[in-house]
Unconditional design. Structure first.
Length: 408
C-alpha cells in the first residue's frame, strides 16, 4: 500500500488514488465532490455512490461525469429530476433538466473510459520499486506476455543493470548514446533506456519510470469512438421523436480531442476533391458519414435527429474543473431542436454542412461551485495518467496529513 503522499501507482485505480492522496489541493477537490454529492438528487445517490467507488475506471469515470454534469446544470439554475418517465418508452434518461421556459433531457456517457488495470500496470509498478535515485528509466518497447512474473523477477535484473552504470559519466551523453537494454521477464520482453539524474535530483520520491512506449491512437479511431458513444444513446429511444430535446453529455476518456475530430464524428469526415487535370479545382468537403446529417439533396436522408445537441468534455476531470468547461455542439436537423445555449462555447452546422463556432462567456469557476480565489489551486492541470498524478503529494509535510474520509 503506497503512503498517502506517494505518486499514483500504475495499477492503482483513479478512485483509489483520489481516496488516499494527501495535500491541501486534493483536500479541496474531495471537499467539493462531497458537497456536490450532498446536493445531488437523493433518489440517484445510491447508484452514483456505488459506481464512483468502483475500482473499474470506466464505472468511476462515468459516475464522476454524471456528478459533474448534474452539478454544472444545478449551478446554471436548473432543477434536475433523475430518470424521468417518457410516455411510450421503457427507457429513462439520466436527467430531466428544467428552468422556465427551458426543459430538456440529458444523457451522460463516456467514450473510451478504460477499465481495470492489468499485468502490464503491475509490472510498471514493480519497475518503479527499484531502489535507485541515480537514474530514471524509459520503456522504449514492450512485448506483452501472458504470465504474471514475481516482483523480484522484474526488479532484480533492472537493479543489476543500473548498478553497473555511472550516472556522472552519462550526464553529458547525447540521447542516442544513452544505455539501452532488452530484459526478458518470463514471456515478456521490455527494452529500457537509462536517463541519468542530475546530482541535485537524486532524492527519494517520484517514479523510476520517466517515459512509456507511445500509444498510437489514430484520429479515425477517436472519431469512431465519439460517433458510437453518441449513436448508442440516440438509439435507446427508437425512431419516434422525444417530447423534449435530448442532450448527450459526452466525456472523451483517453485524452485530448480537438474540435476537428468532434466535427468529423458529428457532421462527417473531411476529404479533398478535385477534377482530374484541373489542380485549381482542389477543395475540401465533408462526407455524409457523420452521426448528424441533413437532407442536403433529394437523395439524402436525415440522420441522428433524436439527439438535439452534444455537450462535449475533452479530458475534463476533477482536477480541471476550475478552468475548463464542456462545449456545446448543436444539431441543426434535430427533430426537437435545442433553442438555447446557456453561453457555452457553441458549434453548429450550416445547411451546406460547414460548421461555425462561437466562443462562450461562461466562466468555469462560477458554474461548478468553486471559489474564484481557488482557481489556480483547485485546478493545477493534474492528470492521473501523467506527470501531475505522478507528482501529487510530493511535499512531505502535506503527505503526512492523510487523505480522504468520504462520508458517502
Amino acid at each position: 500500500m503506497p503512503y498517502r503522499g506517494s505518486p499514483a501507482r500504475f495499477s492503482e485505480s483513479d478512485f483509489e488514488f483520489l481516496d488516499r492522496v494527501a495535500g491541501a489541493h486534493w483536500d479541496r477537490v474531495r471537499a467539493l465532490l462531497e458537497q456536490w454529492f450532498t446536493d445531488h438528487p437523493a433518489q440517484a445517490k445510491r447508484d452514483l455512490y456505488n459506481r464512483f467507488m468502483d475500482p473499474d475506471n470506466g464505472q468511476h469515470m462515468g459516475a464522476w461525469w454524471e456528478l459533474y454534469i448534474a452539478s454544472l446544470f444545478r449551478h446554471l439554475g436548473y432543477d434536475l429530476l433523475p430518470h424521468p418517465t417518457i410516455e411510450g418508452s421503457k427507457r429513462k434518461p439520466d436527467f430531466l433538466v428544467t428552468r422556465k421556459p427551458a426543459a430538456f433531457y440529458v444523457e451522460c456517457t463516456v467514450a473510451g473510459a478504460g477499465g481495470t488495470r492489468g499485468t502490464a500496470e503491475w509490472i510498471y509498478d514493480c519497475i518503479s520499486d527499484v531502489e535507485t535515485r541515480d537514474f530514471l528509466v524509459g520503456i522504449d518497447q514492450i512485448e506483452r506476455g501472458a504470465e504474471k512474473p514475481k516482483r523480484v523477477e522484474v526488479t532484480r535484473p533492472i537493479a543489476q543493470w543500473l548498478a553497473g552504470l555511472d550516472p556522472d559519466e552519462l550526464l553529458s551523453a547525447p540521447h542516442e548514446r544513452l544505455p539501452h537494454k532488452v530484459i526478458r521477464i518470463r514471456d515478456w520482453s521490455i527494452e529500457f533506456i537509462a536517463y541519468p539524474n542530475r546530482p541535485d535530483a537524486r532524492h527519494k520520491g517520484g517514479r523510476l519510470i520517466g517515459t512509456l512506449p507511445p500509444v498510437f491512437d489514430f484520429p479515425a479511431n477517436t472519431v469512431d469512438r465519439i460517433h458510437e458513444a453518441i449513436s448508442k444513446k440516440g438509439r435507446r429511444y427508437g425512431s419516434d421523436p422525444l417530447p423534449l430535446p435530448l442532450v448527450v453529455a459526452v466525456l472523451e476518456g483517453p485524452g485530448w480531442v480537438d474540435e476537428d475530430e468532434v466535427g468529423d464524428a458529428l457532421f462527417g469526415r473531411k476529404e479533398w476533391q478535385w477534377y482530374a487535370g484541373h489542380p485549381e479545382s482542389i477543395h475540401q468537403v465533408r462526407k455524409r458519414n457523420g452521426y448528424w446529417r441533413g437532407d442536403w439533396s433529394a437523395d439524402d436522408v436525415q440522420r441522428g435527429t433524436r439527439v438535439s445537441a452534444a455537450l462535449f468534455g475533452s479530458n475534463l476531470r476533477y482536477w480541471r474543473i476550475a478552468t475548463h468547461l464542456p462545449e456545446l455542439w448543436i444539431n441543426p436537423w434535430a427533430a426537437v431542436p435545442l433553442n438555447h445555449h446557456d453561453d457555452f462555447t457553441t458549434t453548429v452546422a450550416r445547411d451546406n454542412g460547414e460548421i461555425s463556432r462561437a466562443e462562450g462567456t461562461l466562466a468555469a469557476v462560477a458554474n461548478v461551485g468553486v471559489d474564484a480565489d481557488d482557481v489556480g489551486r483547485t485546478d493545477q492541470g493534474l492528470d492521473p495518467d501523467d506527470v501531475g498524478r505522478a507528482g501529487a503529494g510530493r511535499n512531505s509535510d502535506n503527505a503526512r496529513r492523510g487523505g480522504a474520509g468520504y462520508g458517502w
